[in-house]
Design a protein around this ligand. Structure first.
Ligand code: PMV
Length: 396
């Protein structure tokens, strides 16, 4: 068991193209978002394991001796196993959560205990730890915040228990794990996601682990070899959406108008493939024509998504406001409100970006400038902190 403090971060995600079509067997492209979740793990000697999630006001502590005395043999020793409903019930008893506990808290705590007990069971004694997780990602906005949480937990616990080596070398500010370790992190994070979401596709945890851009097709996930980091505006319309109802709506439209809707899905598939091709060709200094293609793909897909019935007046407003400034936007994720992305081409003056953000904010939206294609799960030096981590730690 390592005795040092660990600082880990993992990115969120957005879907660039292929939302909804992916449910019908088409390709989707998901990219990492440079809004990250951070985790600090400090070994303790007070016999407790503490979990604190300041963004959502959660603070819980368990007595390690009590956890140790409970029969948790239902969790296979150190093996990556899918949590069964019986295990979930037993974990609820172990967690000792009150009946009226909010759903978010219950799921966050269960995912934590599942990963802590499963990964640390190989140790002679369960470790006493203090874990704080905080995030730049808004929860429940389709930006993969729960996956980033599971990825951070899996990476930190596996490293603390020396299942994988700490990749930080002397003088490093930040570093990443080798491929085999990332695979193990991703496997465990997927189980954490299963505790939270039941039956997730695995795309969110994969993007958060690997970073960059991923292609998802009929359950198969692969990394794009090359994907440039692109600047975007991420706009949260704050209009609540119901993913399940929106997915059902598209299915109904497909059943009602197969001749009309099936070609739309085929066209979205072609958009994803064309985007994948262009991203693969974009080098360190992408050509202006390549940006024009990306913008055209964004416009065409946004029209298709509207035709599928998953648009919303707020998303139309986002597109109009940015279009008036020569910028191109589309919804990302389920639609019906939620978030949209706007591509920022290089050479755009900062005052113009600020004016666009201001215009979107005055529509009542939250708008952030960030990038896509950011690195996946990373470990940061606890002594030479970059300003972003330092700022967040100061606020804890
Ligand atoms: O908003 P999100 O990130 O949950 O994305 C939903 C994406 C859909 O294609 C609409 C549904 C799905 O399960 O793929």
């Amino acid at each position: 068991m390592l005795s040092e403090v660990l600082l880990v971060s993992a990115p969120g995600k957005v879907i660039l193209h292929g939302e909804h079509a992916v449910v019908h067997g088409k390709v989707a492209l998901a990219v990492s978002l440079n809004l990250r979740t951070f985790l600090r793990l400090q070994p303790h000697s007070n016999g407790k394991v503490d979990l604190s999630l300041p963004n959502i006001g959660i603070k819980r502590a368990w007595d390690v001796a009590r956890l140790q005395s409970l029969d948790t043999s239902f969790l296979e020793q150190g093996d990556v196993t899918t949590p069964t409903s019986e295990q979930v019930e037993k974990l609820k008893e172990v967690a000792g959560l009150p009946d009226d506990c909010a759903v978010t808290e219950r799921l966050a705590v269960l995912a934590f205990l599942y990963l802590y007990l499963s990964i640390c069971r190989k140790q002679r004694a369960l470790p006493s730890l203090d874990i704080v997780v905080w995030s730049e990602l808004p929860p429940g906005a389709g930006l993969g915040s729960s996956a980033a949480y599971s990825v951070c937990l899996a990476a930190a616990l596996l490293t603390a228990c020396e299942e994988i080596a700490n990749p930080l070398k002397d003088g490093d500010c930040v570093n990443r794990w080798p491929k085999e370790d990332l695979e193990l992190i991703n496997k465990w994070a997927f189980q954490g996601e299963r505790m939270i979401h039941g039956n997730p596709s695995g795309v969110d945890n994969a993007v958060s682990t690997w970073g960059g851009a991923l292609r998802y097709h009929q359950g198969k996930i692969s990394s794009l070899k090359r994907s440039p980091a692109l600047q975007i505006l991420l706009t949260n319309t704050k209009v609540p959406r119901n993913t399940r109802a929106l997915v059902a709506g598209v299915r109904n439209r497909l059943l009602k108008f197969p001749e009309i809707v099936a070609p739309l899905l085929t066209s979205i598939d072609a958009i994803s493939l064309e985007c994948e091709r262009v991203l693969g060709e974009m080098g360190e200094a992408p050509a202006p024509e390549q940006y024009v293609v990306l913008e055209e793909l964004i416009d065409m897909n946004q029209h298709h998504l509207n035709a599928l019935g998953v648009g919303h007046a707020s998303l139309d407003q986002l597109c109009q406001v940015t279009r008036a400034r020569g910028l191109h936007s589309k919804l990302t994720g389920a639609g019906g409100g939620g978030c949209g992305i706007t591509l920022l081409k290089p050479g755009l003056e900062q005052p113009e970006v600020e004016a666009t953000k201001q215009a979107l904010t005055s529509c009542g939206f939250d708008c952030l400038e960030t990038s896509i294609g950011a690195p996946g799960v990373s470990i940061h030096s606890a002594t030479s902190l970059d300003s972003r981590v330092q700022q967040a730690l100061d606020g804890l």
